[in-house]
Write a protein of this length. Structure first.
Length: 366
């Protein structure tokens, strides 16, 4: 699916380090602003215990995980909305992604400079949020100018746009992001066509040092970010980008040993990927057989034909029905044969809403 998470933040907060860890790549992560200029794109497999369990049962020739796309976007500075630094490029790249992962520095290190000279996670968050709001205000003003003319000609759709854009402008004027507006389903669908930067869902990532990540107690800087995110109704997690980059370069067995030695339940990147997956309102369904066990990505609330289209558009066009069983039922009973005997494989039609973890065989005719 063409859904991407953009990794954003001020320069030198650890964005590229987190991206490197996610993709196990070697993007420069030097100690100077604007090390990342053009956005780097990484395709990341989604950690999936269900997929592993299915592979253990089917013993397929090939196992294919679901994937996510992350984009490492150049660091923004104050004044970006007016073109300062790499502002225009930065804001243009943000407009192209579906959701934002905002990396915030929550560690002290005299060897790593900060563009503002001191460490203050809330100031850093508000710097970026303010620049996005300013850019959105400019965009809303331009669109309002256009729809007002149409509304005065009697266009009912334009009148609805005018009313909503006027509300959005007032909300942004109060230095509040568009994502925090209370909107009904129709309004949310309408607002999506404005491509507002602050309308994108966001996950904050507290980038902490190695000492803090090995402690269950959050540091003062991290706690401030968690409190801010909670008040804003946004998601937040903490990880140590530097440590995660080291873990990412290990093989699977070494990762387990490393995490066990340091008392880490799982790599923090696994949590980040799952949280980003959820942020994009995504879920997985599975197809399984001796040739391949595969996880497929769909939007939550998708119907069976829409899920079929992820495999091939012909599957949706010629959709007849879907044979579906639950992952948990397979784990309990151990084989499809037993599921059939117990009547635990159901045939579903076009209206069926696919659930997380569904295992599906599509029947189609083209």
């Amino acid at each position: 699916m063409a859904l991407t998470c953009g990794i954003v933040g001020l320069p030198n907060v650890g964005k590229s380090t987190v991206f490197n860890a996610l993709t196990a790549s070697d993007i420069p992560a030097e100690n100077y602003p604007f090390c990342t200029i053009d956005p780097n794109v990484g395709i990341v497999p989604v950690p999936d215990e269900k997929l592993k369990a299915l592979a253990n049962i089917y013993q397929p020739e090939k196992t294919t995980p679901a994937i996510m796309e992350f984009v490492d976007i150049a660091g923004l500075v104050r004044g970006a909305s007016k073109g300062e630094g790499l502002g225009n490029q930065f804001l243009g790249h943000i407009r192209e992604v579906t959701a934002l992962v905002h990396v915030v520095r929550c560690f002290e290190d005299d060897n790593v400079t900060h563009v503002d000279g001191t460490i203050d996670p809330i100031r850093d968050v508000e710097t970026i949020e303010s620049e996005l709001i300013i850019k959105d205000l400019d965009s809303v003003e331009k669109q309002l100018h256009r729809v007002i003319k149409l509304a005065r000609s009697g266009d009912k759709d334009a009148k609805a746009d005018e009313a909503l854009l006027t509300r959005i402008r007032a909300h942004l004027d109060d230095i509040k992001p568009a994502r925090s507006m209370e909107l009904d389903k129709t309004e949310r669908e309408r607002i999506s066509k404005y491509f507002l930067l602050t309308g994108k869902p966001i996950l904050y990532v507290a980038n902490v040092d190695e000492d803090e990540i090995l402690s269950e107690t959050r540091g003062e800087l991290t706690q401030r970010l968690f409190d801010y995110a909670q008040s804003a109704g946004a998601g937040v997690l903490r990880l140590c980008g530097k440590l995660e980059q080291e873990i990412a370069l290990l093989d699977e067995e070494e990762k387990l040993e490393f995490c066990s030695e340091y008392g880490i339940p799982e790599p923090g990147l696994n949590k980040l990927i799952h949280r980003a997956y959820d942020l994009l309102q995504l879920q997985s369904f599975y197809t399984a057989g001796p040739k391949e066990v595969r996880a497929w990505t769909i939007r939550k609330g998708s119907t069976a034909p829409k899920a079929a289209a992820e495999i091939h558009t012909d599957f949706e066009k010629g959709f007849i029905k879907a044979a579906i069983f639950k992952f948990d039922d397979l784990m309990i009973h151990g084989s499809e044969k037993v599921l059939k005997e117990k009547g635990l494989i159901s045939l579903q039609g076009k209206e069926y809403i696919v659930q997380e973890g569904d295992c599906i065989y599509f029947h189609f005719n083209v």
